[in-house]
Design a protein around this ligand. Structure first.
Ligand SMILES: Nc1ncnc2c1ncn2[C@@H]1O[C@H](COP(=O)(O)OP(=O)(O)O)[C@@H](O)[C@H]1O
Ligand SMILES: [Mg+2]
Length: 267
């Protein structure tokens, strides 16, 4: 049959090749997104460290200039606070780089989110965005801390970009007995998402942004697809509620780890 000649089959071979090639490119983009989020974290951390160093330097100078006990006590307390903050940031980053493979471990979402938010404080100040935290003590979840941090970074950056300047991001963590899960909600009072694009926001490369903003973030359309993947790797669920002109809320549920037996039951 002439129709089954190699020549007539060419287009389908080309199509398969093209698809494989596109798939490869997509995988590469996902890797780049991962690298970019590490880069973003590094630059945020460096700024934060610089800030802490300035605080330490200024209070050290103040303590040297003023001989009275009250001023010196104040200066030393500020220095200690700044140094403690710095130590906490380094231990968070070190923890993340040690766990590059993204291994799952029991973690407390409240602690992890709180520590991660520390890194975003400066950026939020720059755009005059308030972060309101509503954290209820919750059971541990099985998670990769680095992946959860990427998830947070992506969702909070999106929230910040939807607000522009002057707004509020509310972050809520609470256990939910009925689903045996820990709920994480990130709610912004930004511009919202119109219903016609809402079904597409988790698609890879779907973006309504022209490109990266002045902080070098966003515009790839890979943030939410990465979030979805991360949530699925954690056997969790993600949902979005949005009203144009009012804001958007992303809610994620992570299955909690059944509470450990009490010490009286032995170990
Ligand atoms: N909090 C939000 N408020 C309004 N729109 C959002 C929000 N989060 C995501 N979006 C929409 O979803 C799209 C995809 O988001 P994302 O995958 O992070 O890609 P990117 O941020 O690179 O555009 C965004 O371009 C934006 O239109
Ligand atoms: Mg994004």
């Amino acid at each position: 049959m002439p129709s089954s000649s190699p020549k007539s089959r060419m287009p389908s071979i080309q199509n398969a090749e093209r698809e494989a090639w596109i798939e490869q490119l997509e995988q590469r983009m996902v890797q780049l997104e991962r690298l970019a989020s590490i880069g973003e974290l590094t630059s945020t951390t460096t700024h934060e460290f610089n800030n802490l160093l300035m605080t330490i330097l200024n209070y050290a100078k103040m303590g040297l200039r003023h001989k009275d006990e009250a001023t010196r006590d104040k200066a030393l307390t500020r220095i200690l606070d700044a140094a403690n903050r710095g130590a906490k940031i380094t231990s968070t980053i070190l923890g993340l780089s040690r766990n590059r493979a993204g291994q799952m471990e029991p973690i407390n979402l409240v602690t992890l989110v709180d520590d991660s938010l520390m890194l975003l404080e400066r950026e939020m100040m720059k755009y005059r965005i308030d972060i309101e935290k509503e954290f209820t003590p919750s059971p541990n979840i099985l998670a990769s801390p680095g992946q959860i941090q990427r998830l947070l970074l992506n969702l909070i950056t999106n929230a910040r970009q939807a607000i522009g300047e002057n707004g509020t991001i509310r972050i809520r963590i609470a256990p939910e007995e009925s689903t045996q899960s820990v709920m994480l909600t990130i709610r912004d009072n930004g511009k919202g998402i119109s219903p016609d694009i809402l079904p597409r926001i988790f698609e890879p490369f779907f973006s309504t942004k022209d490109g990266p903003d002045s902080s070098g973030k966003g515009g790839t359309g890979l943030g939410l697809s990465a979030c979805k993947e991360i949530v699925e790797e954690h056997q969790g669920r993600i949902r979005v509620d949005s009203t144009v002109g009012k804001g958007t809320a992303f809610t994620i549920r992570f299955p909690w780890i059944a509470t450990a037996p009490s010490p009286s039951q032995g170990n």
